[in-house]
Ligand binder design. Structure first.
Ligand code: GN1
Ligand code: MG
Length: 353
């Protein structure tokens, strides 16, 4: 749905004049726009998908609480410095941190961190290393965050049993044509199923602690300077209690793929072990002292499990006729899924678990 970004932007309390905007098209759920102004800041204006996120005010509150908690960690920072390291949200004119007209979309606005860039594909081990440090910092800074304040934005988000159940249902209800195209992958899922439940079972048995985690750590959700230094993690939509493995794994899933998540040419999809090691190094430099032996032991399996979770989520959506993720063409979800299965194959040749 086409929205008038200028008028949406002007529903928020900022002291600047809209100059123009462009869409940032990397997300699969929300719609995100960069608004240029004549003032001190440019802004990110975001339409939050209320079909996916059932409680948008609750989600926005989670994001605000997360930023507040992070800000409390820099007691001596000036506002200017904070605006460069933590996501700062802007209130709407009616004083909520989101704008919503009856029966219409929900919007929120945050300050754009100047000179920051994101990477869809990593081409340099330094970015992987810096990315590892960013996640480590995020987990350290949120380790004393009272997670009972947060709502569960999407219940069972990275829960393997419920993802598997959704997948099984989609197989049962799929159109024959789609099912045929997925047949090879349905077999791979069956072969991997047991191993892919190990982390979930350890979590359930209390052998892996639950902490506040980010839950959407794909590398394009981290900001970097043009000189490859990490700035901070963004997209705090899914900050919730979880296990660190999914955060580690989702970052590896995206950093170590030599192609994009939806690269069709599978010969371009290879797992990059050098980047894995660089990310792990940065991550452990920050977290080694605070993680248990069990947490550390399962990092490689975490990477494989997270690639698998995304492989079956994309496959599920393909079998459900593309109701969840944004797609640009009819087989987009199948392409994404095949890509993730190829990544698992390549991962397994390079890392033995
Ligand atoms: C979705 O919309 P985006 O890009 O933030 C998804 C993540 C997936 C990711 C795959 C709420 O994230 O879980 O890892 O696509 N977010 C939700 O690229 O489902
Ligand atoms: Mg997200």
């Amino acid at each position: 749905m086409k929205a008038n970004i200028e008028s949406i932007f002007n529903e928020f309390n900022h002291q600047s004049k809209y100059v123009g905007h462009s869409e940032l098209s990397s997300g699969h759920i929300n719609d995100t726009f960069l608004v240029k102004t004549d003032g001190t800041h440019n802004y990110i204006v975001q339409r939050i998908n209320h079909r996916v996120f059932k409680d948008v005010p609750g989600l926005v509150n989670n994001k605000i609480l997360t930023s507040k908690h992070l800000i409390s960690k820099y007691p001596n920072a000036t506002e200017q410095e904070l605006n460069k390291t933590v996501l700062s949200f802007v209130k709407a004119k009616d004083t909520a941190f989101y704008y919503h007209k009856e029966n219409d979309d929900f919007w929120n606005v945050m300050i754009f961190i100047d000179h920051s860039i994101t990477h869809e594909i990593v081409k340099n081990p330094e970015i992987a290393y810096e990315g590892g440090k960013l996640l480590g910092d995020f987990l350290n800074l949120t380790s004393d965050f009272d997670s009972s304040l947060l709502i569960d934005v999407i219940p069972n988000f990275h829960d393997m049993s419920s993802r598997y159940k959704q997948y099984t249902l989609s197989v049962q209800n799929a159109l024959k044509e789609r099912l045929n195209k997925a047949a090879k992958y349905i077999q791979i899922v069956a072969d991997l199923k047991e191993e892919m439940h190990i982390l979930q079972n350890l979590k359930k048995a209390g052998e892996i602690p639950v902490r506040v985690t980010h839950n959407d750590t794909k590398i394009s959700n981290s900001l970097f300077t043009k000189n490859n230094k990490g700035i901070c993690m963004i997209d705090t939509d899914t900050v919730m209690p979880g296990i660190i493995h999914y955060d580690f794994g989702d970052a590896i899933r995206t950093i170590c793929n030599s192609g994009a998540e939806d690269e069709k040419d599978l010969s371009k999809v290879e797992f990059n072990l050098e980047y894995y090691k660089a990310y792990e190094k940065g991550f452990l430099e920050k977290t080694n002292d605070s993680l248990s032996k069990t947490e550390l032991k399962y990092l490689p399996l975490a990477a494989k499990t997270m690639i698998f979770i995304m492989a079956i989520r994309f496959l599920t959506d393909y079998l459900n006729n593309d109701v969840y993720y944004k797609t640009n063409y009819p087989e987009h979800n199948l392409v994404r899924s095949k890509n993730q299965f190829k990544l698992i194959e390549s991962f397994s040749k390079k890392i033995s678990i």
